[in-house]
Design a protein around this ligand. Sequence first.
Ligand SMILES: *Cc1c(COP(=O)(O)O)cnc(C)c1O
Length: 398
Amino acid sequence: MTQNEIMAQAEEHVLHTYNRFPISIDRGEGVRIWDSEGKEYLDFMAGIAVYALGYHYPGYDEALKSQIDKVLHTSNLYYHAPLAEAAGKVTTSTGLSRVFFTNSGAEAIEGALKAARKYAWLKDGSNDHEIIAMRSSFHGRSVGALSVTGNTHYQDPFKPLMGGVVFAEYNNLDSVKALMNEKTCAVIMETVQGEGGIYPADPEFIKGVRALCDEHDALLILDEIQCGMGRTGEMWAYQNYGVEPDIVTCAKALGCGVPVGAFVLNEKAAKASLVPGDHGTTYGGNPFVCAAVSKVFDLFEENKITEHVKEITPYFAASLNGLMQKHPCIRAHRGAGLMRGLEFDENHPVGAIINRALEKGLLIISAGNNVLRFVPPLIITEKEIDEAVAILDSCIEE
Ligand SMILES: *Cc1c(COP(=O)(O)O)cnc(C)c1O
């Protein structure tokens, strides 16, 4: 099939919930992908922060292939070695104590919300517990995850959603304090807001929320589905703050390309929440995805991926600052590690820049209103940053 035929056939049969870019991706290698006509692109979106190690990182494919030769799926009614290994690596890395593997980010959020509700219910048996979520947050598209997503545009057509959710303002501790009471069972927030426009948590805010949760015996759920797995230079973004959540959610880069997510609980939350019969998944944490997770942690460690992120971040940040100085239409530059955003003024819609960049061989995406989002593979080099910045420079110029 030609690229046009692929696009036409997909448009005919796939439910139209995405406005896709007009290319069909054929293969990837390193930090580049090729479309079905053979055109090459530098990838600065990494499948939305999924391909932390880029495409075909040495050792990754081999680990997956050898698991295919053994067994792909077992259900969760049996033990298997990849589960034992991946679970150990996730809990060691997060500093928490127990993990539940899911198939996606949204499902990790669902599990975390259920654990928080159960934790509170076990204490007083009542069903009026509240979850404090943040405005401009994003936690996924399933009904529970959507209920804590502070975006009316995403929520409104699907109401009534899950009840017992109230919204505070991100990085405004007083707004959280004002909503905290004896009914509060959890606060859920991203450590770095992603879809909302790349806003890292202020240190005083996240520490203050942690303290408020401790005071009220509410669970702190940190959503690190996008900002976790080394993206900020620490394996988990909360490790930049010296704060620990009671539950962390992850997905995206957890398997570096296979569909896997997880919610991970500390001992306090694990010991007084979900028990057999409360929660489940048929596919979640199957041998194939666990083999990927396990290999990803090994590769991160062997190849010092987080050290690389720390080293390259100042260069990347300086390059984006350079773009901002050159182009007055760029209003702000924010971010942490290799998760960064450039905010443009209203007269410069980022959609046009993104489309032009695609034509010029650079994959990049937006976040929120008028923010160009950078979530490249974590293995990106200075040379590739220069290449991306040069393309963007010319696109903004135009
Ligand atoms: C992508 C994302 C989700 C949802 O993950 P899915 O795998 O798409 O369900 C939730 N939270 C954050 C912060 C995300 O970036």
